[in-house]
Write a protein that binds this ligand. Structure first.
Ligand code: SAM
Length: 266
């Protein structure tokens, strides 16, 4: 699929839930978020059916995200459904790593190829503060489990802001180097205010090269993270929603007054 600015659209990010087991200060309100009803959420069959259609149109790269994707029951079943399609050449998942140790082997055998893990600091106390109560050690155990089962390359996503001290960044650089992980610093963004920047060491935030569409857990297809344009795949139908999203993909992001990272998945 090619959009009206000549960009090839081949990458679909799928949020499978907006629930999360952490409350990162830059992502979620401390009290959490209103929970969606079960019927609002796309089923795995719907997600797989939409993805199959998208793959016939040129999507060949899929990332599963959230909320926290590993809190959705049976996530490995969705991975297996997606991996069964020859059209997918890159199947990955973004996680906070809290549940990764117990899930890594199942995810790998279901067909997941690689994983991104969010980790902003190696200091347990700072981690607790940033995540509003999270524990660092399960993430480190999750990284080891991902290495063991071969969910590689492993990328570490670190959100930084003005309060991030250089020694914390340096500790992460050292850790990534020793462990053979690739590390990306992501400047803290605000969808509502429209502040965004390119990801250091990644491809995010570069509108001219953007090849992405995003599907939310309740079935809204979004052509741009920094825009509130969306197409409901249930009410419009899969083909029309997909075609509309590609056709109306903005040249550049601006702001997304109603959007949230936990709802769209980053
Ligand atoms: N729960 C998973 C995780 O923690 O990676 C997946 C969902 S999370 C919303 C996806 C990515 O968005 C993470 O790498 C997270 O750090 C990033 N993110 C969340 N809020 C952000 C913000 N305000 N600015 C930049 N990145 C953000």
């Amino acid at each position: 699929m090619t959009d009206r600015f000549g960009r090839t659209i081949n990458y679909l990010r799928i949020s499978v839930t907006d629930r999360c087991n952490l409350r990162c200060t830059y992502c979620m309100p401390p009290e959490g978020i209103p929970l969606r009803t079960h019927s609002e959420m796309l089923t795995y069959d719907e997600i797989a059916a939409f993805s199959t259609l998208a793959m016939t149109k040129g999507i060949n790269k899929i990332r599963i995200t959230g909320g926290e994707p590993l809190v959705r029951k049976g996530i490995e079943n969705l991975i297996a459904m997606l991996a069964a399609n020859d059209g997918v050449i890159d199947l990955s998942l973004t996680t906070n790593g809290q549940l990764l140790e117990e899930k890594a082997a199942q995810l790998k055998s279901a067909g997941l190829q690689r994983i991104n893990i969010s980790l902003d600091t190696l200091d347990p106390e700072q981690y607790r503060i940033i995540t509003r109560g999270g524990t660092l050690s399960p993430v480190l155990a999750g990284i080891r489990a991902a290495q063991r089962v071969g969910l590689e390359p492993i990328k570490i996503n670190c959100v930084i802001n003005a309060a991030h001290r250089e020694e914390q960044k340096e500790a992460l650089r050292q850790f990534a180097h020793t462990e053979g992980l690739s590390l990306r610093f992501i400047h803290q963004m605000s969808l509502n205010k429209g502040t965004f920047s390119k990801v250091e060491g990644g491809s995010g935030g570069d509108c001219a090269q953007c090849n992405r569409l995003r599907l939310t857990a309740d079935g809204k297809l979004k052509p741009c993270l920094f825009s509130d344009i969306e197409y409901d795949i249930r009410t419009m139908g899969y083909v029309e929603a997909l075609e509309s999203a590609v056709e109306h993909k903005p040249l550049k992001g601006a702001r997304n007054p109603s959007g949230s990272f936990y709802g769209i998945g980053g």
